[in-house]
Design a protein. Sequence first.
Length: 323
Amino acid sequence: MKKIILITGLLIGSFRLAAQQDAHFSQYIFNLIYVNPAYAGYKEEWYLQSFYRSQWSAVPGAPQSFSAAADGTVNHDNVGLALLLSHDKIGAQSNLAGYVNYAYRIQTGDSESSRLAFGLGVGCVQLGIDGDKLNAVDAGDAYVPAGKQSTLLPDARAGIFYSDEHAFAGFSADNLLTGYMAKNKDHTLITAIPKPHFYLAGGAVFPVSDGVKLKPTFLLKDDLAGPTNLDINGFVLLNERLWIGGFYRTAVKLYPKNNLQPDLHQPSAAGIIAEIFATPSIRIGYAFDYSLNKLRDYNYGSHEFSLGFYLHKDKRGELRCYF
């Protein structure tokens, strides 16, 4: 009984955090379109990818996420286009979102791989909650919805992204309209409204020896309300075919946030990530996350799978884009 109560309490706490923070996923580092619309067209080839994430295995109502994206370039690689779809579910709450993304890519040096891109994404988000999955302590509680409810809200995302052969850096923001539109829309939906999130990412690739390259990266995520999250990643590329590495994710205190309790536990996790080119056109990835907090005793970790496909892969089959 104590075990069930503890799991429920931890999940509720995480649910409150998820109401402020976007869904976690680990393989964004292989396709930054999920966090930055300016990344659209970076690979300069039409690329399709999808991933599925099951977080905190064995915990009832734990987060589950599915996303799919397609991106490529037009106009002599000066314009990037992308379509992004995502579905996140945690407990009784679900979010379904779709965005069309545009990136204007400017060559900044003699090398064609040196680009500065400005991106914008527009779309909509469907927020839903299934009241049948909730058990009210008090019968007739107005804050526990009856049956399924949903609402549709317009949204936008924006970003800037720089890349060359050796490094990348980007800054982006999403959920720019949902909060504002929800306040001005007459509805009775009782669910968390996504808040604007801001992302700062960067990384580089270094040759170590023949057939071996090293890629350290980071991602900083903040919503101006909940804890600021920092991902630190390290990867090794073997023979231009296999990425393998690990990451550490934790909360950091960059600046004072008066709404956070001073003794709030800093959530953290660590894990491993791998991606392989099964063929010159197909990429397959897997990530395993392990919680470094009390929840680790009550779940089997988080599992994430990805599958990517180049529509018209370079005939040489060479890996030309490391980010």
